[in-house]
Design a binder for this molecule. Structure first.
Ligand code: AMP
Length: 214
């Protein structure tokens, strides 16, 4: 089964994708992670994407779609979970074209629903491991040993530039204008599953899993 996960920034897409990869063996395609990887390696794509990302804006569709095309063409028969793509209607249309071309099918679009007041608290307190991407939060989950990641033993633990206040506001606006309309689109295709994402990670994961198995 091939799925995509979408929702407001900070709705837990990355965390839930990681659990789905662990539990169900999906190939994870996260456009945000791919851009961050390119930025870390200082590639041309990373340099182009950096300004948009740090301000909380969408990277232009042409760059994003080309990157997804490349990732989808290297699946080698594995089921995929698309995390953070598509983020607007033109990307969703491009995705249909890419999948058709590769003879692949999208089975479900899983929407993670989280109230907006919770979103801001989640994003502004979020911290990540620079080495492995493990996610922490300043209020309820930080490494026991300051600056040392509990997943990989390395670090440092940092705050994403786009998790700072001004960028958060931009991301929420971009989400409302560009990404939220995808809900109606996938509803009309009969592929939408809405999941209450306002709970502990493990509880949300169970909800997603039972929807996928239904
Ligand atoms: P994420 O890790 O999914 O929150 O994405 C972080 C940032 O990467 C976004 O705020 C955008 O700047 C960029 N990005 C990720 N996915 C996309 C996409 N599908 N289209 C355009 N920009 C994206």
């Amino acid at each position: 089964m091939n799925i995509l996960l979408f929702g407001p920034p900070g709705s837990g897409k990355g965390t839930q994708s990681a659990l789905l990869v662990q539990g169900m063996g999906y190939k994870h395609i996260s456009t945000g992670d791919l851009f961050r990887e390119n930025m870390k390696n200082d590639t041309e794509l990373g340099k182009e994407a950096k300004g948009y990302m740090n301000e909380g804006k969408l990277v232009p569709d042409s760059l994003t779609i080309a990157m997804v095309k490349d990732a989808l063409s290297r699946l080698a028969g594995k089921s995929f979970i698309l995390d953070g793509f598509p983020r607007n209607i033109p990307q969703a249309e491009a995705l249909d074209g890419l999948l058709g071309h590769l003879n692949l099918n999208l089975d479900k679009a899983v929407f993670l629903e989280v109230p907006s007041d919770k979103i801001v608290a989640r994003l502004s307190g979020r911290r990540l491991c620079k080495n492995c991407g493990a996610v922490y939060h300043i209020e309820h989950h930080m490494p026991m040993q300051k600056g040392v990641c509990e997943s990989c033993g390395k670090g440092p633990i940092y705050q994403r530039d786009d998790d700072k206040d001004e960028a958060i506001q931009t991301r929420l606006k971009v989400y409302a204008e560009s990404t939220a309309p995808l809900k109606d689109l996938y509803q009309s295709k009969g592929k939408l599953s809405v999941i209450d994402g306002d709970d502990e990670e493990a509880v949300v994961y169970k909800r997603i899993k039972s929807q996928l198995e239904a």
